[in-house]
Write a protein that binds this ligand. Sequence first.
Ligand code: ADP
Ligand code: ZN
Length: 709
Amino acid sequence: MLEQAQRVLKDIFGYDSFRGRQGDIIERVANGGDALVLMPTGGGKSLCFQVPALLRDGLAVVVSPLIALMDDQVATLEELGVAAAALNSTLNAEQQRDLANRIKRGEVKMLYLAPERLVQPRMMAFLQSLDIALFAIDEAHCVSQWGHDFRPEYLQLGQLAEVFPNVPRIALTATADKRTREEIVTRLHLQNAERFLSSFDRPNIFYRIVPKEQPRKQLLAFLSERRSDAGIVYCLSRKKVDEVAKFLCDQGFPALPYHAGLPSDTRAANQKRFLNEEGLIMVATIAFGMGIDKSNVRFVAHLDLPKSLEAYYQETGRAGRDGLPADAWMAYGLQDVVMLKQMLQNSEGDERHKRLEHHKLDAMLSLCEETRCRRQTLLAYFDEDMPQPCGHCDNCVDGVQTWDATEPARQALSAIYRTGQRYGTGHLIDVLLGRENEKIRSVGHQHLSVFGVGKDRSEGDWRTLFRQLVARGLADIDIEGYGGLRLSDSCRPLLRGEVTLELRRELKPQTSVKSSSASPASQLVRGEEREQWEALRALRRKLAEEHGVPPYVIFPDSTLLEMLRSQPSSLSEMATVSGVGARKLERYGEAFLEVLGGQAETPKVVADIRHELISLARAGMTPLQISGQLQCSEKNVYTMLAEAIGRQELSLEQALDLPEELMEEVQDAFLDGEGELPSVASIAEQFKGRVPEGVLYCVRAALQSEFEI
Ligand code: ADP
Ligand code: ZN
């Protein structure tokens, strides 16, 4: 089974090997077992049901919550030559009838559906009348009532277990936590499912978190190293989204806004542009994200703090689905915390819930002030142990220096206390620096003992210190009042001099801006490669427009990059590039070769043609396609195929594209008599008009070589 799966992987998808546990999962489902798959975004979940769907008889039914997701996957499959369709509200009655008829005739291999559609009694009855290969339930965490993506319709999917007891079911999600996992199992009746848990690490993402100083300038520095890359910039408020998008446009970066306050057609249009065009920056609130399948999002930047590590992980996870280097960058400051805490306090919900949300925010804060590896901390939060620092985050790469902040921290805490625990950092810093302004005088703070004790430090240093005190939970934000700072219980030991405090030392602003931009992702293509890279992308864009699909559906960036690096000079070499399956080779191979070589193919000598023929056949091309590709007659192709089979360079399955029954019939015809194999001529009559004569030569060659062994 695994061998067949491997062939489908190569022939259809153009990939050489399975990633992670894909092979095990595919084997399990292809053999009729249930599976629960937890894999991070970009891990390759789709193949886990698409390959078994192609290996099993009947229709594969895929449940997906969003129309955008369905359309994207259907387009991708169609590009690969797989008969897929989506049944959703965008089809009118006639189109739906058409689709139903195609399904009845067995012309559709994979059907994408929304859950509410699937569980309609008529739909269930229709499916019961068919041969079903499997059910795949994508984004299975939508069944969880605790998650933020809860979809009540998902609860009804549990009935599939009873109605289709013999059809394998596979549920997939990128949501990591245990609680959601257990909920999926119970609600979808997946007690017998084998569980496949992958690491949630996203090794290609480089994490960097910098203190917010001049956020726009910092963002520009970050973006200027990434011109013509696509990315997402997250902001907390709609207003800020609009402002930042405009600012970026003014600065010459192509940016679009996205938030729930925009008219729905603007939103849809902007999303569509982001998916279909290259190098666009989407400035967005968290309303933007779910269902964004775009594989070449090169960076996710946060201009405001997400409210939990779950949110941070999910949002940053939209970068680099294609596995190529990508960046997660964030600038955060104390003001973010004040704002989030106030929002939380004013939100609806009971006290228990709010407490939980505050804890989540605190965990997010500690990641920001973390002195150890960011990735280790992030994964540890999701109960995953990473023994060594990752070497691929700012803390690992830059190193973190700490300093003994005991004394200034006590001064700062004392300033909070002496001023009555009601002022924000601006005023507190004025007190510490001994600035005698009007506000200070009006409340008499120039007489406090702490007034001016902090003159030897800069305003920026104090700002950093206050931020870190809050992040460490030593000071609190007074969210019922005006967002002033208060002491928290945990600061007592420090004030009493019982403990010391080590804090991370921030890099100086100029270096931090510079190093914020240097990361591996910004060097995806080197200077001298750029021209050809742009040419490849331009061709891809043109083809995408012609086919009405997003560019990454034609080829993902990773495939283009491999073309660029390996410089294939023939179709057979092109076939070895990861992501180039038979169908795409046939459709696009020549065009991309031309861009790479800059010249048309020269006439080939016979040895080259033979060599190429074998590669093409191994890549899954049919004899007819090969004849088109090599520009020689079909008859010649069959002759060469038969020779290659005779030399055992090709298997019969690789060479031919014949239904299994027919293949058996032909083999039986040869094996009917006793003794010598009959000649092709002697059985040709029997198959006239049903198979090309060349097929008979191939089968005979295969049998002959078998007998000789
Ligand atoms: P997920 O649904 O888990 O986020 P996808 O199924 O969209 O991930 O896969 C992410 C990308 O990785 C896609 O471009 C896909 O074609 C590619 N991919 C998946 N499996 C493999 C593999 N075995 N070899 C190479 N690329 C793969
Ligand atoms: Zn690290």
